[in-house]
Design a protein around this ligand. Structure first.
Ligand code: MLT
Length: 262
């Protein structure tokens, strides 16, 4: 069933779509919207169930569903031009699914703080435990206890209380059913390394050097698989590099965008 995602949009020009991390929403991309929208049309959808997007009752948890949601957004907005597609962490998993299913709509790919590998059986079991717990408790608070400290790096934990507080508030406001759905979708995702080998458009891989969830070794693996890619490692940034060091993240993104063929 269609989700009709809510999309935050700014600017005009070639379309750049940014897909958010779990369990956040499109508001995480505010610094990127602000800095890119003078030259680009920046679209940031809330993935189904998060932010302003509904979670249809009968939808099967899958990153493919989220990729098809994006294709429907592009159709609804009559965007025929191939997009620059960026995703951070879960957003990266969806970007890889979009490449598998809708590659003709992609002009360039940005994979940030994400990984190509599928979940281990243990990780998938842990996701199911969390999915069950948040729905039973009707609260996503468990994610604050279990995930917050890994989502941002040690520098942010020690020196950026505003960013830390904002991430905490976003986690707390994540709807439990959306959290459960996304956990199950991520647990079911396939390994995407072979898909990355087929990417025939320019790609940028970005990673925070303090990322504990998708560490630098994951970024290096993706960059090796992508035929036409560059890898940027950001200092003093953790898993949410786009929020933790937005100026450095945006500098890497802008340089990549400026170098794309017309
Ligand atoms: C995210 O930031 O989107 C999540 O950490 C991804 C994951 O749980 O694998």
């Amino acid at each position: 069933m269609r989700a009709d995602p809510y999309v935050i949009e700014a600017g005009a020009g070639r379309p750049v779509v940014l897909l958010h991390a779990f369990p956040l929403n499109a508001s995480m991309w505010a610094p990127q919207r602000e800095q890119l929208s003078s030259s680009w049309r920046v679209l940031c959808p809330d993935q189904r169930g998060f932010g302003g997007s509904p979670l249809p009752h009968d939808s099967r948890p899958s990153v493919d569903t989220l990729a098809d949601d994006l294709a429907a957004v592009l159709d609804a907005k009559r965007i025929d031009q191939p997009i620059v597609l960026g995703g951070l962490s879960m957003g990266g998993y969806v970007a890889m699914a979009f490449w598998r299913r809708h590659r003709e709509r992609v002009a360039a790919l940005v994979l940030a703080d994400t990984k190509a590998s599928a979940d281990s059986p243990e990780a998938a079991v842990n996701r199911e435990r969390i999915a069950t717990e948040v729905v039973t408790a009707r609260s996503s608070a468990i994610l604050v206890t279990e995930m917050l400290s890994q989502l941002v790096g040690p520098t942010t934990r020690a020196q950026r209380p505003l960013v830390h507080g904002r991430v905490k508030a976003l986690i707390e406001s994540a709807p439990p059913h959306a959290v459960a759905w996304a956990q199950r979708a991520m647990a079911a995702r396939p390994d995407s390394l072979d898909d990355l080998r087929t990417v025939d458009v320019p790609a940028l891989v970005i990673v925070g050097d303090e990322d504990e969830i998708s560490p630098v070794s994951d970024a290096e693996e993706m960059a090796r698989a992508l035929p036409n890619s560059s890898l940027v490692t950001l200092a003093a940034a953790g898993h949410l590099a786009a929020m933790e060091t937005p100026d450095d993240f945006n500098a890497a993104l802008k340089e990549f965008l400026a170098g794309l063929p017309e």
